[in-house]
Design a protein around this ligand. Structure first.
Ligand code: NAD
Length: 263
């Protein structure tokens, strides 16, 4: 199985912590040069310092940018592709705040759409010429199992994740002939800052302890535990490898069996 990513450049977004950080580490361990992106340069400096290096000429870097700021994001992406031919794009950032769809401020939909859909488009258009030139491209979107089964009280997130899934499926058909695949990884309950804040929010809303909320969530998972960021990252990284060349347009749930739907 061809898993070697030596000589390929990956841009991993939302990589200062959690699933993004773990994915950056996995891609680096497979030999890729990795640029990590998030808003804080300080946080990214320590991520870059900790990324694996499997060969002497492997280089990692970082970009501080806010995925919700379209023009600034386009500008840093243009600088990156002027320096490196990016062949792997992991499109990921923080999830929208929890809440009912019917009560969400319309502006919350606009900002989530900007951060999750528009940002993906900005980054894709920056890296696409290089992917086409290389005849090799991998776009992996980290979204959510909500694209299969909407999750109660994540109204804005459910809405925008579905848009990302529709965008990705469309791109998969458009770009396959160029050697570019587009797939989605759908994390289940994964032990990161995002999960901790969702648990804290539910505990506050219901007036119960965070332990009780976590226990009830774990009870929904056939594996009877939360996932680790590295378990999501392993699947995301596989989708970036040559071995995954014929996997295209799919959404892979990595959720310990929690999602009940067949497709
Ligand atoms: P996290 O909150 O731990 O990490 C998010 C990362 O994105 C951080 O590096 C953060 O700095 C960065 N980020 C946030 N907003 C940004 C912005 N505007 N611009 C640039 N970077 C930004 O989240 P996570 O748990 O690693 O989740 C990653 C994605 O997977 C999120 O979209 C999340 O909603 C989704 N997800 C997570 C879980 C889970 O249980 N952890 C479950 C389903 C879906």
């Amino acid at each position: 199985m061809q898993l070697d990513l030596k000589g390929r450049h990956a841009l991993v977004c939302g990589a200062s912590r959690g699933i993004g950080r773990a994915t950056a580490a996995e891609l680096a361990a497979l030999g890729a040069d990795v640029t990590v992106l998030a808003r804080s340069s300080e946080a990214l400096d320590s991520v870059v310092a900790g990324l694996p290096r499997t060969h002497a000429d492997q280089r990692h870097d970082r970009i501080a940018a806010d995925m919700a700021e379209r023009d600034a994001l386009a500008s840093v992406a243009a600088k990156l592709v002027a320096q490196h031919r990016v062949q792997i794009l992991v499109h990921n950032s923080g999830g929208p705040p929890a809440g009912l769809a019917c009560e969400a401020d319309p502006a919350a939909f606009e900002s989530a759409f900007a951060q999750h859909v528009v940002a993906g488009q900005v980054l894709l258009q920056a890296v696409l010429p290089g992917m086409r030139e290389a005849g090799y491209g991998r776009l992996v979107n980290i979204i959510s199992t909500s694209v299969k089964e909407p999750i109660p009280n994540l109204g804005v997130s459910n809405t925008v994740r579905a848009a990302v899934a529709g965008w990705a499926k469309t791109l998969a058909g458009e770009l396959a002939a160029d050697g570019i695949t587009v797939n989605n990884v759908l994390p289940g309950f994964t032990e990161t800052g995002r999960l901790a804040s969702l648990i804290a929010g539910r505990a506050r809303a219901r007036g119960i302890s965070e332990d009780a909320v976590a226990e009830a969530m774990r009870a929904q998972v056939p594996a009877a535990r939360f996932g680790q960021p590295e378990e999501i990252a392993a699947v995301a990284a596989f989708l970036c490898t040559p071995a995954a060349a014929y996997v295209n347009g799919v959404s892979v749930a990595v959720d310990g069996g929690r999602t009940h739907s067949l497709s």
